[in-house]
Design a protein. Structure first.
Length: 330
């Protein structure tokens, strides 16, 4: 890694964040910005209080003095906290992948330990193949370059990767994303659990709610319907038959929601199979039934006939805290 280049980049970031201001603590200077510095791994350490840095030079020196101290990876990565994802960001302008310098084995071990890796390639003359090499150690979709991006765009990509890293699903759950076949596609804050235990519609709804603290899956649009079907094809054997959260209540079709939330009226009746819904007060549950290569909605009796089912819940993030109990799988 070219440390001079890295220092230049970090210095530029400081300037961008403090553009038009002066660092210091002079109360008579209205443009003064006070700046402190705290480093942390297992223990937080104050490196500078709000009165120590009196210039950009002081701030630069303080930041890079702090960066020069290398900590053991067990201190910076390992933790007993299980409700958030750990992320390592690698900035590099050079890649040496020979023998003991090869970073790939370490990267693979980190990713196998559920750590995401973001890489940023700072291209320099002669750094042929740098981006491709860093892509090998990055988590899927988290490899970036400064080649054709302004700093703000690059920062936005990194922030998006950090946001996605900490919007995640527990093990053995499927996170809803733009494409089931592309794990690197953009992920949303929805987790799906595919249950291959036959149950009636009512029993499936109760298991989702009481055992998994979820609800039967919603299919608000074609894209989500197709995604769930792709996931089902990867987990269930044909013919594909599975309960979803659509049901008939008080004269209208609605989607089930978590306990305490109002059910959502059906807005787009786009997936009914031919001849459905059948007008019957005893057939108030809905399942997806295979039709050719796809599936369509059919309303069924809620207390008879057992099928597989799909549960849905919110992803774990900073607003939806997931402790050890709430991230259990079926």
């Amino acid at each position: 890694m070219n440390t001079d280049r890295l220092k230049d980049v970090a210095a530029n970031i400081l300037i961008v964040f403090s553009s038009g201001t002066r660092i210091g603590s002079d109360a008579n200077e209205p443009r003064t910005t006070r700046l402190g510095l705290v480093t942390y791994n297992s223990v937080a350490t104050q490196k500078a209080d709000l009165n120590q840095y009196q210039s950009y030079f002081d701030a630069n020196s303080g930041v890079f003095d702090a960066l020069s101290i290398v900590v053991d990876t067990t201190e910076s990565v390992n933790s007993t906290r299980g409700h958030y994802k750990k992320v390592v960001i690698v900035y590099a302008s050079e890649y040496k992948g020979d023998e003991e310098l090869d970073p790939l084995p370490i990267a693979d071990r980190l990713k196998a330990s559920d750590v995401n890796i973001i890489t940023v390639a700072y291209q320099q003359p002669g750094s042929v193949g740098l981006l491709n090499n860093l892509t090998q150690i990055a988590s899927s979709g988290f490899s970036f370059s400064d080649d054709d991006s302004e700093l703000g765009i690059l920062n936005g990509k990194i922030q998006s990767a950090l946001s996605q890293s900490n919007c995640f699903c527990p093990n053995n759950w499927v996170q809803y994303r733009n494409s089931y076949s592309d794990p690197a596609s953009y992920r949303s804050g929805v987790c799906l659990q595919l249950v291959s235990i036959l149950a009636t519609w009512t029993a499936a709804k109760n298991v989702c709610r009481m055992k998994l603290n979820t609800n039967l899956a919603t299919e608000f649009n074609q894209a989500k319907h197709d995604f769930i079907l792709d996931a089902v094809k990867a987990r269930f054997a044909p013919p594909y038959q599975y309960h979803i959260g659509l049901n008939y209540v008080s004269g209208s079709w609605v989607w089930t929601q978590p306990t305490g939330r109002q059910q959502v009226p059906l807005q787009q009746p786009f997936m009914w199979s031919s001849g459905y819904p059948q007008q019957s007060s005893t057939q108030s549950g809905v399942m997806n039934q295979q039709n050719g290569l796809g599936t369509g909605w059919q309303n069924i009796a809620t207390m008879t006939s057992g099928y597989n089912y799909v549960c849905e819940t919110y992803a774990c993030d900073t607003d939806n805290y997931c402790d050890a109990q709430s991230i259990k799988s079926y």
